[in-house]
Ligand binder design. Sequence first.
Ligand code: PMP
Length: 286
Amino acid sequence: GVAFLDGQYLPMSEAKISVLDWGFLHSDATYDTVHVWNGRFFRLDLHIERFFGGMERLRMSIPFTREQVTEILHNCVALSGHRASYVEMLTTRGASPTFSRDPRDAINRFMAFAVPFGSVANAEQRERGLHVAISNRIRIPPASVDPEIKNYHWLDLVRGLYDAYDSKAETALLLDFNGNVAEGPGFNVFAVKEGKLSTPAIGVLAGITRRTVFDLSGELGLDCNAVDVSVTALKSADEVFITSTAGGIMPVTKIDGGLIADGKVGPITRKLEKLYWDKHEDPAWS
Ligand code: PMP
């Protein structure tokens, strides 16, 4: 992989930051990840927009425009030479030269990198569907702070993952403050019931793949709504799937050891999944 740091393109192993960086010490950072498939970005503008929006809300600034960041990302991908990549852009609060505790004194730091992409779900998992455990942990920040800010805070999600692995599931879903389903480690969730789609409205990151599902549902004439999704509603859905940039649309066929419907990947999930990958070949969506 190749990184961009302090104006230079470097091999990943040489891209290093200070341990005094607030991004590291306080999770005071925002980031975005983009997917490159067959050498092409997917919905890059939306990721750039969310990234710049996050920096603005966090009062961070970098000496690059949206166009320059776009070019830097393209360069990282070209230099790393892979057709499929996981690309990340990030800005940390940085470190204060005087070790002052005032965030305004810190020098914000922008970085980017592209590494060969390994999908978060393999072919076998996509075929049979994932097994998800519902953790009774609450997904706290950053979504409750601002659903538009993408931040590295994952303490709750990592603990949820360990709960899931202990129960032989493959990933976890956490709850919102009201006990409804929220999101998991790096993904949003959807339920399909009687041909209608629903996805949690609160306590979640405004995922770009989630938004893509709204767009694709519109194209397919399917009803799709952001609403409260209870654990019972999720478990009794006809189909369940999860969404993320690093995995696209991924079917879920088992929750807490119980099958979703007949335990097979459902037709609406399959249709959306196919359309999702088809859009990667469509220049209008790059
Ligand atoms: N929720 C969380 C907590 C995430 O970290 C991510 C992806 N990194 C998502 C949802 C999915 O968002 P997107 O579709 O934009 O990748």
